[in-house]
Every structure is written in structure tokens, then in C-alpha cells.
Design a protein around this ligand. Structure first.
Ligand code: GCO
Length: 458
């Protein structure tokens, strides 16, 4: 019987995490510091003065965490592999202890009927490469990343066939290196020009392209390769033809779309962006765009919010709209609740980039809420259920209208280290008591389990 908000039979339900945010064991198994170990150690940069040194101790608790994932009913799990565990010096010698951890993790997932989806880079790059040549400020980072990808895929490719190259290029480049401002999501390097920031972004795109080639060359069999992007979503205020057209034109300049997913997916920077940047545009070597524009089996979209746009009688043809003070938001400064952003992000990729053929995954969607354990020992995060339900209904609209959405990875399986906010923000559907490392499935865990069981939004 067709019920409301039913997803297709083969729709992929999953959860997502990342290495530095959950693993802990920062010095175990010959792992060496990442730029995030360094960044976290600088007083004042992390809201609660914490770091990922222990986090959720997932490195030691992965078996019971995966058993809990199996109870949730997911069949897909997106995690990331820590470059500093695999090649602790960033380049050169491969650390087999690091490989062995991920072999144990992946074997445990498969034993529990869960397909692994491995992100090769989720911000925790080796500090050694920051010291050697300034990380993403150098083109060398792209070739070192490709060598790291080869080291991983040649050893894990018999178990893992779903690869994601890089998570959210904009965050560790434009946000991390933003010219002359105190960085918040990167090795703490401050560059002095906008052109340098755009060059770090271009180098990360090159890493994605060379990484795709390395994965395909090292994989023992056929595999899926994706990029994971935190696209900016321009949402039409109304669905009038004029507002829709305005939102799709604004898609080029929303967040950093025109300088990240445009080159990655179409092989060219948005002309609107290049015109805006002028001399601040990155230096592009001959052949770079062909390297960057690699064929992909999927594009991962991290969707959390959106930006309302309407048609305007100005040179751009659109106007971004500021939100009223009382606009509903959850527990992050930027987490305005814009569920339609889920639909318009998917539709804009298909229509503005002209890629209705490109399978899409929601590789992150979720929210931080002020979770508390009540007298009964429960966490009744009904606000998170509200947020997730609205976003999944918008995702369902996209599927219903024929857009190629194939799966959804909820961010996040469990509370974890939220970067510069430390442990002050909880994004998990599983509560983590960081003193005892106890896991408590929240109300949203049970709700999501029911969505998965019925394969629809409940
Ligand atoms: C991101 C990162 C995640 C965050 C999550 C909540 O999208 O910023 O991929 O690591 O923790 O998005 O901010």
C-alpha cells in the first residue's frame, strides 16, 4: 500500500560521522598530529577549550557503536579516514597500524550488514604538511593527497567500493584561510589576500581531481567516487517563475558554488564568479580544469539551511533576503530552519548545472539542539525530530518530482566534537555522556529507525 512520503525501495538510509570528531585515540597506533590537534591546542580557539584527543573514543568503541547502528536499521554508514593515521608524516611511509584500524572497522560494518562509505579527507590533514609547505596553500597538497588516496584504496579497496574524496572544500579554504581574519576551520593560517584564499580552494579542487584518478587506478574492482560539497542553497521566496529564475541565477554566487561545484561538475568556474573576482581569481594552469572535472558516480550534498531569494529589478536580477529577528533557528548561529533548501539544493544542481543525470546523495543533514537527559534517563529531542521530518519531506518532494536523489546520511550518528564549538553543540541522534562515554539513543534515534523501517517519513 502506497503511504504518504514513501521512498523508493532501494533508497539508501544512513548516518554520517568524521574521524577527528569521534575517534579520539589521537596518539594511538602511531598516529601523528593533524592540523586540528594543533588548532585545538591554541588557547581560545575552541569554545570549551577541548579537542578531539578523546572525543567519543570510537577508535576503541567502534564495535558497540556499529552494533547500535545495526539496531537503528541503517544499511549505509559514512565515516572518514584520518590521513595522519595512514601516512603520519603526510607523505612517504604508510603506517600499517592505521590501515589495520580501518580494516577492523570496515569488517565490523560488513558483519553487521552495513555498507561502508569512506570519505578520504574530512579536514584533519597532517600537521607535517602544514609545516612543510603550508597545507592547501601549495599545489603539492594535491599530489600528496592523491598518493594518500592510493595508499588507502590499494589496501582497503577489496572491502570498500564507495569512496568520497573531500568533505566541504569551502570550509577548510574560504572559511579557514579567510584573508586577514582569525580562522575558525583550518590550520590557523592567516593569508593576506583574497587571491591566496581562492588559490587554496583551487588546490583543494585539484586534490579532488587527482584523488579521483588515484582511487580508480588503485581500486581492485569497479567503485563509486563522489565529491561532498556544502553547497549554498538559494531558495525562491515564492515559487513564482520570476522568483525561481532569480534563485537559480543566484545559485552561482550562493556561498562558493560558482568556484567549487561549478568547476568540479561542469569543468568551468562560473563566469559570474570570475567576473566578480577579477584579479583575485585563482591562477589556473593549463589542464587544471580537466583534472578537476572528473566523472563521478554521485555528488554528495551537505544540506543544513538555505538563503531566501526573490526577483529584483536590479543589475543582478535577484535579491538575497535578510531573515527577521524572530525567524526560527536551532542551536547554531547559522542553523536557520529552511527545509525547502533540501528540495531546491537538489533541483538547482540538476537544473542550473544541467546534470539531471548525476545521482545525488544527501551526505549530511541534521541539527544541533539543546539536548538534556531527563529524570527517566531519556533525551526527548522533539525539536530535532521536527527539523528532520521537515527536511525529509522536502527530500521526498525532490524524489517524487524525478530528481536523482538516491540516499540520505543523517548528521550525525552520535554527538561529537563540533570543531571550534568543541562539545558545546550536540548534533547526534545518540547522546554521548563524555564523562562516562555512555551512549543514549535519543527520541530522534527511535523516530529515524521507524522512518527506515517503513521506508518513509513518519
Ligand atoms: C560540516 C562538517 C561536519 C559538521 C556538521 C555540523 O558540514 O561542517 O561536515 O563535520 O560537524 O556539518 O556543523
Amino acid at each position: 500500500m502506497q503511504t504518504s512520503y514513501q521512498f523508493p525501495e532501494n533508497f539508501m538510509w544512513g548516518v554520517a560521522t568524521s574521524a577527528y570528531q569521534i575517534e579520539g585515540a589521537a596518539s594511538v597506533g602511531d598516529r601523528k598530529p593533524s592540523v586540528w590537534d594543533t588548532f585545538s591546542s591554541i588557547p581560545g580557539l575552541i569554545e570549551d577549550g577541548s579537542s578531539g584527543a578523546v572525543a567519543c573514543d570510537h577508535y576503541h568503541r567502534y564495535k558497540s557503536d556499529i552494533e547500535l547502528m545495526a539496531k537503528l536499521g541503517i544499511k549505509h554508514y559514512r565515516f572518514s579516514i584520518a590521513w595522519p593515521r595512514i601516512i603520519p608524516d603526510g607523505r612517504g611511509k604508510v603506517n600499517e597500524q592505521g590501515i589495520d584500524f580501518y580494516k577492523r572497522l570496515v569488517d565490523c560494518l560488513v558483519e553487521n550488514g552495513i555498507t561502508p562509505h569512506a570519505t578520504l579527507f574530512h579536514w584533519d590533514s597532517p600537521q607535517a604538511l602544514e609545516d612543510l609547505y603550508g597545507s592547501w596553500r601549495s599545489r603539492e597538497m594535491a599530489s600528496d593527497f592523491a598518493d594518500y588516496a592510493t595508499a588507502v584504496v590499494s589496501r582497503l579497496g577489496d572491502r570498500v567500493t564507495n569512496w568520497m574524496t573531500i568533505n566541504e572544500i569551502s570550509q577548510f579554504t574560504h572559511v579557514g584561510y579567510a584573508a586577514n581574519h582569525q580562522p575558525t576551520k583550518a590550520p590557523g593560517t592567516i593569508v593576506t589576500s583574497l587571491k591566496e584564499v581562492w588559490q587554496t580552494c583551487h588546490n583543494a579542487l585539484l586534490a579532488h581531481g587527482l584523488g579521483c584518478q588515484a582511487i580508480r587506478a588503485a581500486s581492485p574492482g569497479s567503485c563509486s567516487v563522489a565529491l561532498v560539497a556544502d553547497i549554498g542553497v538559494s531558495v525562491p521566496l515564492t515559487e513564482s517563475a520570476a522568483d525561481v529564475a532569480a534563485a537559480q541565477k543566484a545559485f552561482h554566487v550562493t556561498w562558493f558554488n560558482g568556484g567549487i561545484i561549478f568547476p568540479a561538475i561542469t569543468g568551468a568556474y562560473s563566469p559570474i564568479i570570475l567576473e566578480q573576482l577579477g584579479a583575485d581569481a585563482p591562477d589556473i594552469h593549463s589542464g587544471d580544469l580537466e583534472t578537476i572535472n572528473q566523472p563521478l558516480e554521485a555528488l554528495g550534498i551537505n544540506n543544513y539551511t538555505g538563503h531566501y531569494v526573490r526577483a529584483a529589478d536590479n543589475k543582478d536580477g535577484y535579491e538575497f533576503l535578510a531573515l527577521p529577528k524572530s525567524y526560527p533557528r536551532l542551536n547554531m548561529p547559522w542553523l536557520n530552519i529552511v527545509p525547502e533548501g533540501m528540495y531546491w539544493g537538489i533541483r538547482n544542481i540538476s537544473e542550473v548545472l544541467g546534470r539531471k543525470d548525476l545521482p545525488l546523495l544527501i551526505t549530511e543533514n541534521g541539527c544541533a539542539t539543546q539536548d538534556e537527559v531527563n529524570a527517566k534517563g531519556e533525551v526527548m529531542d522533539i525539536d530535532r525530530i521536527f527539523y528532520l521530518r521537515q527536511h525529509l519531506k522536502a527530500a521526498h518532494r525532490a524524489v517524487n518530482e524525478g530528481y536523482p536523489l538516491k540516499g540520505y546520511f543523517l548528521w550525525s550518528f552520535m554527538d561529537n566534537f563540533e570543531w571550534e564549538q568543541g562539545y558545546t553543540r550536540r548534533f547526534g541522534i545518540t547522546y554521548v555522556d563524555y564523562k562516562t562515554q555512555e551512549r543514549i539513543p535519543k527520541a530522534s534515534f527511535n523516530w529515524y529507525a521507524e522512518c527506515i523501517r517503513q521506508n518513509r517519513v513518519v
